[in-house]
Design a binder for this molecule. Sequence first.
Ligand code: ADP
Ligand code: MG
Length: 347
Amino acid sequence: MRTPRSVREADVAGKRVLVRADLNVPLEDGKVADDTRIEASLPTLRYLLDGGAAAIAVCSHLGRPNGPDPAFAMAPVAARLRELLSDGRVRVLENTRFDPGETKNDHESAKRLAEGMDLYVNDAFGSAHRAHASTVGVAELLPAYAGLLLERELEMLGRLLGEVERPFVLVAGGAKVEDKLGVLEHLGGRADAVLVGGKMAEELRGGSQLPYDAELPSDVVAAAAFGAEAESRVTPYDALPEGWLGLDIGPETRERFGEVIRGARTVFWNGPMGVFEWPRFAEGTKAVAQAVADAEAYSVAGGGDSVRAIQELGLADEISWVSTGGGASLELLEGKELPGVAAIPSA
Ligand code: ADP
Ligand code: MG
């Protein structure tokens, strides 16, 4: 994997720096509901301030507006950032997606971002798989460097692409099956065991298209309908009653997956094992999260919902690396070059 040059190689003293951070946090009632990504952006900002940067403009997208939309204004994010890091040299620009040119990587949009700036630092790992004006266009107009979080994400996830300690166990679940087949194909062949749960396992019931043997559930928590309170019972994976849905892995599968994960020396987990938002279908995800945390392994977890489950269970500190990037971590592990990284000159 190519290493982009680091902000640590830049001379930032007296410079006006544009930072593309990933401040795309969940909002609730107009307030920041989870500030993990804001926290994760602080080391680079502190590094620039300590290095004597004259001014820092931080930009990010927030949600998916197609133009100006007050519901996605950056004000609550900027307020939270100021609470965590108060320095008059830092200002937060308005949502990059208020400019319709952002997602088209429009040249004029990139020029507006670059105007008045001396350097560009990309620290937005979670957006590095998108070629937008704020992740790619602007890197062609200003001297570009990788921020500390972006570097660390590439290093920690990149370890899975090289030689790993074995057994190497890959755990896949969640709902976005199409998005994930690429990772399963790329990494799965190198893993000693591939455990599949969630809706992923439901889709493979008709026969796996994977070019190796994946371990599927042996039992599932089946529900008569898709609902938190639906009638439910444990059934064998291959004997799901007609019209019923498998909404979690069953107790026997939890036990077996847990054992394999605890014996691993390297683990990558993406995707909940069930509809963990509903308590009755959350046990499989809990069991896998706990096993990943218990394993004496280099453990990496990625994906928005998987990370949310880990945070809710308070297990983040027991996992070697919890990635801030969902799609970006998957594309990296698929072996793809991320456009936001490719746009930064090599180290
Ligand atoms: P991540 O964000 O971690 O990459 P996904 O977005 O692919 O994961 O999938 C998360 C979603 O998958 C959750 O909302 C969860 O409810 C859903 N899910 C998991 N298992 C099932 C299942 N068996 N049937 C339907 N939905 C499922
Ligand atoms: Mg998700």
